[in-house]
Design a protein around this ligand. Sequence first.
Ligand code: FE2
Ligand code: FE2
Length: 278
Amino acid sequence: MPTSPHHQQQLGVFCSGLLATRPSTSCSRTTRTSCSPNTRRPLSTTPVAAVSPATPTNNRQISNQTGNASGSGSSTHNEGRTQSKKRIPLTAAQREFLSSALRVNQAGELAATLIYTAQTPPVVSREPHLRPLMRHMYEQEAAHLSAFNALIAKHRVRPTALYPVWSLLASGLGWTTGVMGREAAMACTEAVETEIGDHYNAQIRRLLEMVTEWETQGYEVGGEFKDLIVTLRRIRDEELEHLDHAVEHDAKKAEPYWLLTGVIRAGCRGAIWVSERV
Ligand SMILES: [Fe+2]
Ligand SMILES: [Fe+2]
């Protein structure tokens, strides 16, 4: 893991931001160096170093079910004091996963907007009835891009260094398939969305595994983290809607369908792999 001050600050924001939890009365300074303050703060502005030890905040006691299930002893009830669920810092691997997930998602959505931007003129010039559909899909991609732009800015995630490369390739892919005709353009969408749907599903599964693990251990999952899962699911569903539109508009009649979709899908997988890392 990088250890520069900037990177640590970025990851600290991730930790406190996407893992925002309720106040904790049991968090030990020695065991939980990034334990939450008593009140939820604007998390994107709360560096780890500024986090204070937890203190009691009210008189509501929690049950064992919602308390510390790890048996660390730090969550025992104190008479007259409230025990809220604790937060748990992200591990280095989890921080890296979230950083790379947001980075690759933003790159992918940028590529999607550029594909449709380049594809639409040649497609609708021959088939004007497709203009509303092309506009609809573009607008959804633009909204996806805005969502990830906001997330990487908020959590100070470095965008992919290959922005110019992906931009060029995406525009080229969109223009080429658009010129080839409706079927090829739709085959491009089918191929891209098949890979992107799988990609988002994999991310959602990983996040749900993290949630399950935390909840099993008695930790509370922050609303910001849950919101991220909701956002990914919504975007995943819209990508799969694009896939359906593409199939409905004769994607499988493209020539040569298998070569075209095979090359595009392989390219998507390669771009995802690289963007997660670079
Ligand atoms: Fe998208
Ligand atoms: Fe899409």
